[in-house]
Design a protein around this ligand. Structure first.
Ligand code: GDD
Ligand code: MG
Length: 335
């Protein structure tokens, strides 16, 4: 069975980190985000097909240099075709019943159970669904038993038919290709799913933690989820001189005098002075001076935060210098 990973979005909600980096390669626990998706393959998966357009070459080069257990084919979409068009665009690489995953979702999906459920319900497609408190930022389903009777993408609060949302994991019969127009951008959620309801679209209730890592707050939620699930760790080659409130993950070559944690990830070679960092990530080679406070933020690769600066709910771009004693709340700090 093939797994198609839809990973071509622009990642606008994570800018400036996605200005020069495809969302699929944004580090999450110091590994490109898309590799977390590849950790959970469907049964007998012999091939992963990555549907990419934005910064395609970066994704292709990354996988060319990487040794994977499974064959990975990176397919270019010269123009963005939307989530449905992206699937249609890889039709020739698919050989039978196939699985699909949104590239930015972190969860503990049991693909084997999803495939088994799909085969039993005999629909054209099965969507994994998960309950959330506020469904308005997602695709929402109405159900009759396990059968989907309505699919509403990003409804107004008053229009959400339930709190069960599309978890971004699917299984389809090849028949689905007949429902997607060729040669134009097609939304899987807005155009294809409604058309699949009469012939049979089913919902598989996914258990366990789930998060879409596509915004700052949900990226940090995904990080917390993975740290709580797998624990953190401090690399042998890292030096920590002060307090750590686990879970934290610190890569090799870091030198840290800060009070870290909980839920902090440091990439390789970060230098961190006497400061406080909570619920945050520093990408490789970032540095932070004394008396800084960082909370619920991402600091880009090689960025430098000056003494006494405060960062909350903010994203600092790669290589950006944050001036000393400045305060940034809910900001996107770029050069
Ligand atoms: N190849 C390709 N081409 N991929 C695309 C394109 C495109 O034109 N547009 C988006 N993608 C990819 C994104 O990179 C992402 O991995 C996935 O498709 C979903 O797109 P998002 O832009 O992240 O959508 P969303 O998070 O607002 O909503 C989607 O995901 C939710 C679950 O996380 C929808 O599928 C919702 O229904 C769902 O609940
Ligand atoms: Mg998303």
């Amino acid at each position: 069975m093939e797994l198609v990973v839809i990973a071509g979005g622009f990642g606008t909600r994570l800018r400036p980190l996605t200005l020069r980096r495809p969302k699929a390669l944004i580090p999450l626990l110091n590994r490109p985000q898309v590799l977390h998706v590849l950790d959970r393959l469907p049964p007998d998966c012999d091939r992963v097909i990555l549907a990419v357009n934005y910064l395609y070459e970066r994704v292709r080069d990354f996988f060319e240099a990487l040794d994977t257990d499974v064959e990975v084919v990176v397919v270019n979409e010269p123009e963005p075709l939307g989530t449905g068009g992206a699937i249609k665009n890889v039709e020739e690489h698919v050989s039978g019943t196939f699985a699909v995953a949104n590239g930015d979702v972190v969860d503990t999906i049991d693909f084997a159970a999803l495939v088994k459920f799909h085969r039993k319900s005999r629909g054209v497609g099965t969507i994994a669904v998960t309950p959330v408190e506020d469904p308005t930022a997602f695709g929402v389903v109405a159900l009759d038993g396990d059968r989907i009777t309505r699919f509403v993408e990003k409804p107004q609060e008053t229009e959400a038919p339930s709190s069960l949302i599309n978890a971004g994991r699917y299984v389809f019969e090849p028949e689905v290709f007949d429902f997607i127009d060729e040669g134009r951008a097609v939304s899987l959620e807005r155009e294809v799913f409604p058309r699949l309801i009469p012939p049979g679209l089913f919902a598989f209730r996914e258990a366990g933690p789930w998060s879409d890592a596509g915004t700052l707050s949900s990226y940090l939620e995904s990080q917390r989820l993975l740290l709580d699930r797998d624990g953190g760790g401090i690399a042998k080659g890292a030096e920590i001189a002060w307090d750590v409130l686990p879970p934290v993950l610190v890569a090799d070559g870091c030198f840290v005098e800060a009070r870290l944690g909980p839920h902090v990830v440091l990439g390789r070679g970060c230098k961190v002075g006497r400061c406080v960092i909570r619920n945050a990530t520093l990408f490789d080679g970032a540095s932070v001076d004394d008396k800084v406070e960082i909370e619920s933020s991402i600091i880009g690769e090689g960025a430098a935060v000056g003494e006494g600066a405060v960062l909350r709910n903010s994203i600092v771009g790669d290589g950006v210098q944050v001036p000393p004693h400045t305060k940034h709340v809910g900001a996107k700090v770029d050069a």
